[in-house]
Design a protein around this ligand. Structure first.
Ligand code: UTP
Length: 494
């Protein structure tokens, strides 16, 4: 039906009245929390922007934000905690802790893989702010010769593992509001790098507002939008449960999840030995560690506190005194020797049990520079930290594990994270590529292929996952490689 022309001014007046009523209601709601500045630009917003802002305001737990600001985070006394910490017992590379052969450790891992009981959780929701890359970090071209992205490398590792064991391995991929749309589009464009779309379950984590460092006020990203950041990798559990991922895994008969991060292309995907340790111990959670090279390495510190496994993040431990960070046991061993590389195995039933408490995981605070719009409408681009962001960490699940184990791996073989832009010294594209090439040259040498330290090499996970895979194909390999070479299944004659 055609609308009478003279009704429009009335409609406009009515909409304006409603808008003012809503503004009044929101103002009354925000006043006791000292957050009425969020309405500073209300009158200049279009109706749909006002709706969006009102919805955001109603979703925020303001008492929680006030408490977190007061505490500057979880309110933990790290000095006191670090003084009580003991080193974790672990399956060490030198055989310590192990009572059977490595073959016997691997076997249950391989059996579980072949029975289709293993799924992968890959977290890729971070903002990658240190890297300074304009897209989700997973799209970063890390292949030294192929330019293959981190997504491609890790997806191919899942495919390689599933081919070896003749099963489908579902991949639960976590994104965030910062990475979701682009990730979906990119993976679709690339056909999920050969993984069946049915086996790639993409789920988006939650968000958390940041507060002004000084005042505790929330920040406006735009005049009608509150700034929120992804709620940390600890947001994984709540998001996996909410998205139906946990239920999907149960339906498929998945019993353990191999958990890893998008930024470590050296990870040994679904490593049978690691899975084996977990299964033999009947653990809820297992975690891979490296022996720290330096007291203040930038890794989480795995320790036992009050009989429970716990991780103290480097940002919490490293500001403490040398005396505390360098504590030794009575027999002279460092307490904080075990650096977490964020590779875990979680029992599905443990995650199910914990999913009811996922929202209870503590928030950790980090001071960051957050661009925003101020009350006068001016865009502020701070160079120094002006805000506190709050994130949950996945390793805060560890203390709840009835039985958690620690497995040491060799850093040079298993851990090379991409964190920083090339202007930094560590964890850059160059250091990651260098670490990967060193591993792959060693695989080739173990198959009697000569290759110099300066020769660029890249081995597709679809060609080989480890030295044994390379050895099995040694008949197809040249005796020497003396120029830049990318080994894929099709690169060599059959
Ligand atoms: P980092 O804490 O290193 O963050 O994440 P980042 O986003 O990679 O980099 P910066 O700190 O902004 O420079 C470690 C892993 O956890 C994931 C990241 O994608 C990465 O795989 N992560 C982090 C999430 O999935 N969600 C988050 O909210 C934070």
């Amino acid at each position: 039906m055609k609308r009478p022309r003279d009704s429009r001014p009335w409609a406009r007046v009515a909409i304006k009245k409603i808008s003012q009523l809503v503004k009044h209601e929101l103002h009354t709601y925000l006043e006791p929390h000292g957050q009425t500045h969020l309405l500073a630009h209300w009158d200049a917003l279009a109706p749909h922007e006002q709706q969006q802002l009102a919805k955001q305001i109603h979703e925020i737990d303001f008492p929680l934000m006030a408490r977190l600001h007061r505490q500057g985070g979880a309110g933990v006394d790290w000095t006191e905690l670090a003084q009580r910490a003991e080193p974790p017992p672990a399956y060490r590379l030198n055989g310590e802790g192990r009572t059977c052969s490595l073959e016997d450790v691997r076997r249950p891992g391989e059996v579980a893989l072949s029975a289709g009981k293993i799924g992968v959780i890959l977290v890729a929701g971070g903002q990658g702010s240190r890297l300074g890359f304009d897209h989700p970090k997973g799209m970063f071209p890390i292949g030294p010769i192929s330019g293959a992205s981190l997504f491609q490398v890790l997806f191919e590792k899942v495919i390689a593992r599933s081919r070896r064991h003749g099963v489908r391995i579902p991949l639960y991929l976590m994104t965030s509001s910062a990475t979701h749309e682009q990730t979906i589009e990119y993976l679709r464009e690339h056909n999920h790098f050969g993984l069946s779309a049915d086996d790639v379950k993409i789920f988006c984590q939650g968000t958390m507002p940041a507060v002004d460092l000084r005042t505790g006020r929330l920040l406006l990203e735009e005049k009608g939008k509150i700034f929120k950041n992804p709620d940390g990798h600890g947001g994984m559990l709540a998001a996996l449960a909410k998205s139906g991922g946990l239920a999907d895994a149960r339906r498929r008969g998945i019993e353990q999840f191999f958990y890893c991060q998008i930024d470590n292309p050296l990870v040994s995907m679904c490593d049978p030995e690691f899975l084996g340790y977990h299964l033999i111990a009947g653990a809820d959670v297992s975690t891979q560690v490296v022996a720290k090279r330096d007291l203040r390495d930038k890794v989480g510190n795995v320790a036992i506190i009050d009989g429970r496994m716990q991780v103290i993040e480097y940002s919490d431990l490293n500001p403490l005194s040398d005396e505390i960070v360098g504590r030794k046991t009575s027999d002279g061993k460092p307490v904080f020797w075990a650096g977490s590389i964020a590779v875990h195995v979680f029992d599905r039933t443990f995650l199910e049990r914990m999913s009811d408490h996922a929202e209870g995981l503590a928030f950790h605070a980090a001071k960051k520079a957050v661009p925003h719009v101020d009350v006068s409408g001016q865009r502020i681009e701070p160079e120094q930290p002006n805000a506190i962001k709050f994130e949950r960490f996945i390793f805060d699940l560890l203390p709840a594990a009835r039985n958690g184990i620690v497995v040491e791996v060799d850093e040079s073989l298993a851990f090379a994270p991409l964190k920083n832009a090339s202007t930094e010294k560590t964890d850059t594209k160059e250091t990651v590529q260098g670490a990967r090439m060193a591993v792959e040259r060693a695989w080739l040498r173990s198959a009697d292929v000569r290759i110099g330290d300066q020769v660029p090499i890249e081995i597709s996970p679809l060609f080989a996952q480890d030295a044994d895979d390379v050895k099995k194909q040694s008949g197809r390999l040249p005796k020497a490689i003396d120029r830049s070479t990318y080994l894929t299944p099709d690169a060599l004659s059959p």
